[in-house]
Design a protein around this ligand. Structure first.
Ligand code: F58
Length: 808
């Protein structure tokens, strides 16, 4: 462990000085904000000097550089994480206490940077942590949105979105690099110039904006490697400020070009099913792609000269989903139009450099753009795509049967649209899914035609999570216990967690596992009380479903289970359950009406159940508003049941399943995404699996023989009753009935199989919770889950990317 302070005393002196410099005040009279800003500023400046050293070392070693292109990085707060990764958390904690302040309070002053929607963005952030830990020269390339993901407030049970002004008090981790700004052109028209026997192209008459980078340090655990996350902000090229308009009193007009340019990086699109057809979104995609490619090529040229044929040996460009799909055409453009390579030379380099991860099989989430919009905004990029498509078409062997159908499915341009997934596959040497079943489905169905043509491109990289943030930082009491048992190496190498298996036989250790869980439940209960006023019982089971709201994730099925249990408790005096707190948290895309209605339903059921003294010693329903990285870190450690109940075949991987497992929750889930690998690793007997499997779902659909009404009619007393309660005023008190949910489910013939899986789900829940009474065995299973969770460290995932895709 390299250290950035030689002693506590040295830290205290430097920190006092930093506070005084920044605030102009004596330490004793400064606010927590001042103290946080100074502390983060101090750590950031140390991080930057280690980063410079890292960079020199990488240069000397001639390391291959990996650029991870992602339109989202859900990084959350950094202070605590960087103290842990520098190995100075305990020292700083102690020093601050001596100085009369509290580290946790300072950490809470940091804005929770939400430059992402959910799983995909958080995965990118975990990968940054792991690339630095694995000493990979790995750089994030993304967008610096002025407004992050909206804040969620709950009013009368409804989600209300509020702008997330995360930069309003400044952001101490970033450094603006105007010297590295890149000019980005939109629109205009393509002009050809003849030089000898070749034609070169340029675009004239473009409207340009400036992409200005901000660098955020990424501290790897151990403190030896510090990489960078570079995020781009859009600004006007010159100060096109119209003084005359201003003098006439037309203030908005005077600054119009600034507003136009800045709009590009103003907001993160909050839609987790894609955002098609919006010009601004396409501008965002091109801006961070073009600016990032420029950075990568500048660095390469500085180190290796213009020997472009060596690019694939020294640079890997990874595209996180299809939002950076223009990396291929943009790299072609620069290599041909500026560096004068031939198509064939450029294409060879591009396809050896780029790789692609797919994160979804939902057809509605596959990104497509109208050709008319695309070609107008990015005429040269469009021409290149057209040529990629033409050559793709020409490569087909037309003597083979079925070639037309295969071409139809793999074409980049089709039906007046640009299909970004097909573009991504064709431009890449590697295509991966994010869990075993997901990759199998890609091969078998979504990308089957590509798989048939180029099977060697396809590979699986099951997702992972960083144990530093999601265990060490989020769960201090459990971490301490683990370290006492097996030593501290697990933070470096999560496989070490396996050594905990030994302790499954140690009754006193299992008691301490339970004690730690209880502490975390008390901590969460306090948070919930502060945020919502609701009192929850830390001695009840904490049953947790936290993730984005989406029909296929079936939060609806979960709350229907709660409704059913409530009905039975009221009806049948012989029926009882283990006291349980049903915890939900998550946001719905602002335009996703169904998902928002499910949020309203959960809050409405909570309103009834939580105010019914007949059942309150047995159940409470708790919706935690504004799910984000910081409160997620309080929720995962407190969970005992991890609800992972998506319709089989729909969840590419899931990552909250892994975070909850690592924190000792037992998975109640379907055979979907990475749940399958969880069950394999920990043993099905240590989880609770229910519901239709993917082949069963496919069969049921194909049979044409499924009728939602039959399922409801066959279970009138319970399922039928729950369905009626959506419309009969039982839960209408807060803000009305739920006819829309009822209609959506019935009119789509139970598309997500909520009704179909309902009974096996409730039965599974009852079986699982009835085993809670055996505290010792429950704690053993919890510990076993933690012990077997090491494989889900994103360090493992990143090593696989490094060895099998990036060859870095
Ligand atoms: C998620 N996708 C998958 N998309 O749903 C989840 O199964 C997987 O574990 C995770 O990726 C990581 O691989 C996801 O989070 C988005 O949020 C996109 C944001 C941008 C628009 C399109 C969806």
């Amino acid at each position: 462990m390299d250290t950035i302070f030689n002693s506590k005393q040295e830290f205290i002196e430097e920190y006092r000085e930093a506070v005084r410099e920044l605030s102009g005040k004596k330490f004793e009279i400064t606010s927590d904000i001042d103290r946080f800003n100074a502390l983060a500023g101090l750590i950031a400046s140390k991080a930057r000097s280690v980063s410079a050293r890292t960079d020199d070392r990488f240069k000397k070693e001639g390391k291959k550089r990996v650029y991870y292109f992602s339109i989202e990085f859900l990084i959350g707060r950094l202070l605590d994480n960087y103290l842990i990764n520098f190995g100075i958390r305990d020292m700083v904690d102690e020093a601050l206490r001596e100085m009369g302040c509290n580290l946790d309070d300072l950490c809470r002053m940091e804005p929770d940077a939400a430059l992402g929607n959910g799983g995909l963005g958080r995965l990118a952030a975990c990968f940054l942590d792991s690339m630095a830990h694995e000493d990979i020269a790995g750089y994030g390339n993304g967008m610096r949105y002025r407004y992050g993901l909206f804040k969620q407030e709950i009013v009368d049970g409804r989600q209300v979105e509020v702008a997330d002004e995360w930069l309003s008090r400044g952001y101490p981790w970033e450094v603006r690099r105007p010297d590295k700004a890149v000019r980005i052109g939109f629109g205009g028209h393509v002009v050809g110039h003849t030089e000898g026997d070749r034609i070169f192209y340029s675009v004239e008459g473009t409207e340009d904006v400036l992409a200005v980078p901000y660098d955020i340090p990424v501290v790897g655990f151990g403190g030896k490697t510090v990489n960078k996350l570079r995020v781009w902000s859009a600004e006007p090229i010159d100060e096109h400020f119209d003084l005359e308009a201003f003098n006439r009193g037309e203030y908005a007009m005077a600054d119009a070009s600034r507003a136009d340019a800045e709009a590009i990086s103003a907001i993160l699109y909050p839609n987790d099913a894609g955002e098609h057809g919006r010009l601004l979104r396409l501008k965002q995609e091109y801006l961070f792609v073009a600016a990032g490619i420029r950075t990568a090529l500048d660095v390469f040229r500085r180190e290796h000269g213009a020997k472009w044929e060596l690019l694939p040996d020294y640079v890997a460009i990874h595209t996180n989903d299809t939002h950076p799909a223009m990396c291929g055409p943009e790299l072609m453009r620069i290599l041909m139009d500026e560096e004068k390579l031939t198509w064939e030379e450029a294409w060879d380099i591009v396809t050896k450099t780029i790789s692609y991860t797919n994160h979804t099989i939902l057809p509605e989430a596959l990104e497509k753009w109208p050709i008319a919009t695309f070609s107008k905004l990015l005429p040269r990029i469009y021409d290149i795509i057209d040529e990629i498509n033409r050559r793709w078409r020409d490569s087909f062997d037309t003597s083979q049967e079925g070639w037309q159908e295969r071409l139809r499915k793999t074409s980049v341009l089709w039906d007046g649209e640009v299909r970004m997934a097909n573009l991504s596959v064709i431009c890449s040497h590697s295509v991966n899914g994010v869990a075993k079943i997901h990759t199998d489905i890609l091969k078998r169905s979504v990308l089957n035609d590509f798989y048939a043509l180029t099977p060697e491109k396809f590979n699986n990289k099951t997702n992972g999570i960083t144990p530093r943030r999601f265990l060490a930082e989020a769960n201090p009491s459990y971490s301490k216990l683990i370290t006492e048992a097996i030593g501290p190496k697990w933070m470096d190498d999560a496989d070490e967690l396996k050594k905990l298996v030994e302790f499954e036989k140690d009754p006193s250790f299992l008691v301490r596992v339970g004690d730690s869980k209880r502490q975390n439940k008390v901590r969460l209960a306090r948070y919930v009380r502060r945020e919502t006023g609701l009192v929850i019982d830390p001695d009840s089971i904490f049953d947790v479903q936290v993730k984005r709201f989406h029909a296929y994730k079936r939060q609806l099925m979960n709350i229907m289970k709660v409704m059913d249990l409530y009905n039975r408790l009221l009806d049948d005096s012989s029926f009882s359950i283990q006291p349980t707190t049903f915890i939900f948290s998550g946001k719905a895309a602002s335009s996703y009406t169904f998902a928002k209605e499910v949020i309203r339903l959960i809050n409405s059921v909570a309103d009834v159940v939580n105010n019914d003294s007949r059942v309150n010693d047995l159940m409470k329903v708790c919706f935690i508003p504004n799910f984000r990285v910081s409160n997620a870190q309080l929720i995962y450690p407190a969970a005992e049941i991890s609800e992972q109940i998506s319709t089989a075949g729909k969840e590419a991987s899931g990552t909250s399943n892994m975070k909850l497992m690592m924190n000792g929750a037992i998975t109640l889930g379907t055979m979907d995404g990475a749940n399958i690998e969880i069950a394999q690793l920990a043993g099905e007997e240590n989880e609770k699996i229910f519901g239709l499997t993917t082949p069963e779902v496919e069969e049921l659909r194909a049979s044409g023989n499924y009728f939602a009404w039959d399922v409801v009619n066959a279970d009138r007393d319970r399922l039928g009753r729950v369905m009626s309660e959506l419309t009969d005023n039982t839960f209408a008190g807060l803000s009305g009935n739920f006819d829309s949910i009822h209609n959506e489910v019935m009119s789509n013939n139970d598309y997500d199989l909520v009704l179909k899986d309902f009974r096996s789900y409730v039965d599974a829940w009852e079986e699982l919770t009835s085993s809670y009474a055996d505290t010792r065995d429950w704690n053993r299973r919890a510990l076993h889950n933690t012990a077997m969770s090491g494989w889900f460290s994103s360090d493992r995932t990143i090593r696989e990317y490094r060895d099998e895709i990036w060859h870095a």
